[in-house]
Design a protein around this ligand. Structure first.
Ligand SMILES: Nc1ncnc2c1ncn2[C@@H]1O[C@H](COP(=O)(O)OP(=O)(O)OP(=O)(O)O)[C@@H](O)[C@H]1O
Ligand SMILES: Nc1ccn([C@@H]2O[C@H](COP(=O)(O)O)[C@@H](O)[C@H]2O)c(=O)n1
Length: 219
């Protein structure tokens, strides 16, 4: 999740977007490009969702989910079950509870504010976690493209089901009251529907470099 920052400038980069849009791919590439540490904030919500499931609980149970978030078991971040679709769904449900978000806030803000800067990806980085980020990119792709990309990771899964699960998460993440998924007003939109991985990363680098060129104080 982290890499040493050998750079001479401090930059905070916020990368947001819907599920399987490629925001993690782009955030990791930006972190490597600028020598910054990276945090995948979705993994925190997945860890909370997984903890609730492992406790035999219901992710809709707000007090239980908030308790799991306050006592976050960091070992779950390395658990292979973190990437399963049941965990993704649980993450999406627990993340709608304001007390869960509150319990995870300081950890994310501290990461964003560390000396040297950082790259974070998620749903509310540019709007809530790091509203003053120097560079904000909102990565998206249409639902069919995202479903095909996600299904390619686990070809045994049914494409229609993958698509339906993504659509359900999109609706829940965008429709909740607490820090809903949305593009920050000052974020740059990067629609990768028609771009392969390398093109999308190159475009993100160009957008970030252009934003830095507008603000030489960051160098
Ligand atoms: N532009 C692209 N073209 C093709 N495949 C891509 C592209 N960007 C990312 N991918 C692939 O799509 C999948 C989803 O990408 P990634 O995990 O980066 O998305 P994400 O938005 O971080 O997902 P999640 O919200 O589930 O964490 C990965 O298998 C990744 O390699
Ligand atoms: N900043 C964030 C990040 C994630 N979530 C929720 O977690 C779910 C899983 O996230 P992935 O990035 O791994 O897909 C996601 O569907 C959101 O519900 C969040 O609320 N805020």
């Amino acid at each position: 999740m982290t890499a040493p920052n050998a750079n001479r400038f401090d930059i905070v980069i916020a990368v947001d977007g819907p599920a399987a849009s490629g925001k993690g791919t782009i955030a990791r590439a930006l972190a490597a490009h600028f020598g910054l540490p990276h945090m995948d904030t979705g993994s925190l919500y997945r860890a909370v969702g997984l903890a609730v499931l492992r406790a035999g609980g219901d992710p809709a149970d707000a007090p239980l989910a908030a308790g799991c978030a306050r006592a976050l078991d960091l070992s779950l971040l390395d658990d292979p079950a973190l990437r399963e679709s049941a965990t993704a769904r649980a993450a999406s449900v627990v993340s709608a509870h304001p007390d869960v978000r509150a319990a995870l806030l300081d950890r994310q803000r501290a990461f964003a504010r560390q000396p040297g800067g950082a790259v974070l990806d998620g749903r509310d980085i540019g709007t809530v976690i790091a509203p003053d980020a120097d560079i904000k990119i909102f990565v998206t792709a249409n639902l069919d493209v995202r479903a095909r990309r996600r299904q390619a990771e686990t070809p045994e899964r049914d494409l229609a089901l993958v698509r339906a699960n993504l659509a359900e998460r999109d609706a829940r993440d965008s429709g909740r009251d607490a820090a809903p998924l949305r593009q920050a007003e000052d974020a740059i939109l990067l629609d990768t529907s028609e771009m392969d991985r390398e093109t999308a990363i190159a475009r993100a680098f160009a957008l970030a470099e252009a934003r830095l060129a507008e603000n030489p104080a960051l160098r």
